[in-house]
Design a protein. Structure first.
Length: 304
């Protein structure tokens, strides 16, 4: 049987550098499932996108990402920009791995590798943020800066706790942004301290959506906006609502949409899948339905 060609993109410092000791096991699992594996370790931010930019159409039947959500984002960006018709597998090895948790991808690296070598394909929506792409969230404001300002070494040592403490450090610097959001469903203009446009059950390890309220392939985003608070009591009430998944609190706005225009955030930084993205005076965020072909299931044995 002819081997299928597979490109394995590895971020060797994601999470607690888990892939350093697991790489050969992942390569062996993929090889045993009929793939000829080409390994590419990333060396710097955006390196995964640069590598995908060199891939020719039809060169690989599958691309498997071993790293965090940021590495996956870089690969997806390269695939979308180059219009590559290729299936993607994901072996989560980052700190939060939020998106993989929404998809129920195994946390064990060997088990996730078996799933990435499988034949169970899941179609998922993607997001487009002007000319960039994201797999599960575009967010701004309170605590989101912690995602990209926390040093990788600290993430590796303390895991999710690192984001919490970095968020506390930034708490005093939270400032509102005057923004206008326009969609077919709703138009709102106000001073906001947080916003998330997402296709996930979790954002930043803090915002949790109830499982029966999110469909990852319905062509719609979940949008959560939080207005400026005037005192600590209001902030505590909002934080309680976020932690409980109750988005009906007074300063919150929650709705669903397939396309959103954001005006007024010229100097406001965003994060795309936990990675820094510069803001702009006019930003268009659009859902691309069923754009990602993700492999999430292990191959079944012939006897089954």
């Amino acid at each position: 049987m002819k081997e299928k060609r597979l490109l394995l993109i590895v971020n060797p410092i994601s999470g607690k550098a888990k892939m350093v000791s697991n790489l050969m096991a992942v390569v062996r699992i993929l090889s045993q499932n009929g793939f000829a594996v080409t390994v590419y370790p990333t060396k710097a931010p955006s390196d995964a996108t640069d590598r995908i930019n060199t891939v020719k159409s039809g060169e690989f039947e599958r691309i498997v990402v071993c790293g965090g959500d940021g590495t996956l984002n870089e690969v997806i960006t390269g695939v979308m920009r180059n219009s590559l018709d290729v299936k993607i597998g994901y072996v989560p090895a980052g700190t939060l791995n939020e998106w993989s948790a929404s998809l129920k991808i195994p946390r064990s690296i060997p088990e996730a590798a078996k799933a990435a070598a499988g034949d169970g394909e899941t179609l998922l929506d993607l997001g487009k943020f002007n000319d960039r792409y994201f797999s599960y969230t575009a967010s701004f404001g309170a605590f989101t800066q912690a995602s990209y300002s926390t040093p990788q070494g600290i993430k590796n040592i303390f895991g999710q706790t690192a984001y919490f403490f970095e968020g506390l450090k930034l708490l005093g610097d939270i400032r509102p942004f005057r923004l206008k959001f326009e969609s077919d469903e709703k138009t709102v203009e106000d001073d906001f301290i947080f916003g998330a446009v997402s296709n996930s059950l979790s954002v930043g390890g803090i915002v949790k959506f109830k499982e029966n309220t999110v469909d990852l392939c319905d062509g719609m985003f979940e949008v959560l906006l939080i207005k400026k608070v005037d005192n600590l009591l209001q902030f505590q009430n909002l934080l309680d609502g976020v932690l409980k998944g109750d988005f009906t609190r007074k300063q919150m706005i929650f709705f669903r949409t397939k396309k959103l225009k954001v005006t007024g955030g010229k100097d406001m930084p965003w994060t795309l899948d936990g990675e820094y993205a510069p803001g702009g005076e006019d930003i268009t965020i659009e859902n691309i339905p069923s754009a990602l072909h993700l492999i999430t299931e292990q191959k079944k044995k012939e006897s089954e």
